[in-house]
Design a protein around this ligand. Structure first.
Ligand SMILES: N[C@@H](CCC[C@H](N)C(=O)O)C(=O)O
Length: 285
């Protein structure tokens, strides 16, 4: 058995275990990730945010000294980006005195993300482009719904379906999709309805984690898909008129998405615990 320090936090109840390991001295195997994220045998989380220096990530070509968010889903898989996670990541680095805000750059597998800690404590993240595909796909849910879905790339893949009532969708099993080749690396599936002008409600089934209480990249995908399909492809034209701001309600809270020349996600980030993880001997790498 060995021990390592951890913190636990969430962004709109999308929850994460944070492991700071700037010099990449500790291993983090898929089995360890699954154990840490297990809500009965481990700490419990939707994913892990490992904080390392960029130099330790082979696919990172940016500043080797910048902090890199090495994100893992609860099943051990790697994802390119996590919109709620990056806010929690920054909150933790600031709280621990490892960076000085308010502006904090973070390396991710989807590229560099500039973040800003706002005076009210929320964190605003520049999310890179949200690419809305022109061709729809179909998503099949556990309750045998066959839904039209809009593919959106926010650094990671999303399929956004517009439904009359997201709470009525059965998400006990993972949705599937067709054609299968639309998402060769899997997809995060969002179910979205309108609550008023520029106000959406969303549920999500995340690749690698199952149904979660929120997904930051998913809210950006939802707003971008909605705006694109209901304003005749207007996301690209938004800069002329200034950014449009969507409020997106998820089961775990509310975030704000700005669509314009750049895309921003703003929301809360909360650290709830710090402690010592006792890694069982069987999981020692
Ligand atoms: N919850 C995250 C997204 C995490 C990664 C996702 N499950 C994937 O595999 O792409 C968010 O807040 O964006």
């Amino acid at each position: 058995m060995h021990s390592r320090t951890f913190a636990k936090g969430h962004g709109t109840e999308n929850d994460f275990v944070l492991l700071v390991d700037r010099d990449a001295r500790e291993s983090l195997t898929d089995d360890q990730v699954r154990w840490i994220c297990d809500r009965r045998a481990g700490i419990g989380a939707d994913g892990i945010l490992r904080a390392v220096a960029g130099r330790h990530i082979p696919e990172w070509s940016g500043d080797p000294d910048s902090w890199f968010m090495d994100y893992r889903n609860a099943d051990g898989s790697i994802a390119e980006m996590c919109g709620n996670g990056v806010r929690v990541f920054v909150r933790h680095l600031v709280d621990e005195g490892l960076v000085v805000g308010p502006t904090v750059p973070v390396g991710t597998r989807a590229g560099l993300r500039m973040t800003e800690v706002l005076p009210d404590g929320r964190i605003r993240v520049e999310m890179g482009p949200a690419r809305v595909a022109l061709e729809d796909v179909r998503v099949l849910t556990a309750d045998h719904r066959d839904l039209v879905a809009v593919p959106v790339d926010v650094g990671n893949p999303h399929a956004v379906s517009f439904v009359s009532d997201p709470s009525a969708i059965d998400l006990r099993d993972a949705p599937t999709w067709y054609p299968a080749e639309a998402f060769p690396a899997g997809v995060n599936a969002e179910f979205v309805s309108s609550r008023g002008p520029r106000h959406l409600e969303m549920r999500v089934f995340e690749r690698g984690s199952g149904e979660t209480r929120s997904c930051g990249t998913g809210t950006v995908a939802a707003a971008a898909a909605w705006h694109h399909r209901h304003h005749d492809g207007a996301v690209e034209r938004a800069p002329a008129a200034g950014a449009v701001v969507y409020r997106v309600d998820v089961p775990g809270g509310t975030v704000e998405v700005e669509l314009g020349e750049r895309t921003y996600l703003t929301g809360p980030a909360v650290i709830v615990a710090r402690g010592e993880l006792l890694v069982p001997a069987g999981l020692d790498a």
